[in-house]
Design a protein around this ligand. Structure first.
Ligand code: SF4
Length: 336
């Protein structure tokens, strides 16, 4: 598949002054192909939101992109545009138009005293001068895509809509400039299970209809089981496993992925075997030597404590673990 965006050795550092430096994203590389639905999964603090913010060059200070390349192939030229080389104004033009992002918890950031129509008009005009009627036409089309009734929603204030509706309004807003890549940070968190499923179904539909590339950030592996075509697992600022969901759930190669799967409750499954991963993610100002997961890993041995495992290609997957063969042999099959 043709790449739309290639992320290479991305590094994001936070300069904490007296408290030292923290590398929140460390050597992250992956591709997003045209029309692909990819999930980036990890516990909170794993670096997935910072990675996403780096893709649109909006890492908040004291953070900054300290290394790597972002190669954008979406212009259809023979060679990619290096997003990190663009000026601030050139990058601003590309946000929303090429890459849009729905931020975590953003449904609560809608302006409470403005009707949805005005907020959608303002969003477009911040990036592109366009007549009001044309924007409202677009807004109505985008709202229908997320299964909302434009005549009702455009006139509404945010408090007149449910949490799920507000989230869908934001997804519709992000589609206003017809971006090529849409990044969604935890779009279903804080919503009930039925609304979550509904929103995921809508996202899948939009992605297929528009041939959009989507990057979905979530801590919940159950969310990606039926949605994503490829899953990237992130731990302590690094990608530790990458695979299509069906193979990932059948046989996880990385103990962290296995831990995430073991922690997922299912509606029909037996809850007695469910347990969280013991311990906590490391303090990234002082990451542990060797494999960053070793203090929490039941497979850890001497080599794990000393040598950092490389992310290696294993067939159609990638995994960063010294003992992935053993983990794969012992892992039970998971059903989500
Ligand atoms: S390298 Fe070692 S510590 Fe790290 S995940 Fe693999 S087995 Fe566990």
């Amino acid at each position: 598949m043709k790449p739309l965006l290639q992320v290479r050795d991305l590094q994001v550092t936070f300069d904490l002054g007296w408290h030292g430096r923290l590398i929140a994203v460390d050597g992250v590389s992956f591709d997003l192909a045209h029309g692909e639905f990819v999930a980036l999964v990890g516990e909170s603090g794993s670096g997935k939101s910072t990675t996403a913010l780096a893709l649109i060059r909006l890492v908040p200070p004291p953070g900054f992109i300290s290394g790597g390349r972002l190669l954008w192939w979406g212009d259809g030229e023979g060679k990619p545009v290096e997003l990190l080389q663009l000026s601030a104004s050139q990058m601003r033009e590309r946000r929303w138009r090429d890459i849009a992002m729905v931020f975590q918890g953003a449904q609560n950031a809608l302006n409470p005293v403005m009707r949805i129509a005005e907020q959608m008009i303002e969003t477009v005009r911040a990036h592109h001068p366009m007549p009001r009627e044309e924007i409202l036409d677009r807004a109505a089309r985008c709202l229908r895509m997320v299964r909302l009734e434009p005549s009702r929603v455009l006139r509404a204030y945010p408090h007149e809509l449910s949490g799920g509706m507000r989230q869908r309004v934001l997804i519709a807003m992000s589609l206003l400039m017809t971006p090529r890549l849409l990044i969604l940070d935890e779009p279903t968190t804080a919503l009930d299970v039925i609304t979550q499923a509904h929103i995921l179904e809508i996202l899948r539909e939009i992605q297929e209809q528009l041939g959009l590339t989507m990057l979905l950030l979530t801590h919940d592996l159950a969310v990606v089981a039926k949605t994503a075509r490829r899953v990237l697992i992130m731990y302590a600022g690094q990608i530790v496993e990458e695979a299509p969901p069906e193979t990932l759930f059948e046989i996880p190669y990385h103990p962290y992925t296995r831990g995430l799967l073991q922690a997922v409750p299912t509606l029909r499954g037996d809850l007695t075997g469910k347990r969280p991963i013991p311990g906590a993610p490391p303090d990234l100002r002082h990451p542990p030597p060797g494999c960053r997961f070793h203090p929490r890993c039941p497979y850890a041995d001497e080599i794990c404590r000393r040598v950092e495992p490389a992310l290696e290609d294993v067939g159609s997957r990638r995994v960063a673990c010294h003992h992935w063969q053993r983990v794969a042999q012992e892992a039970p099959a998971y059903k989500l």
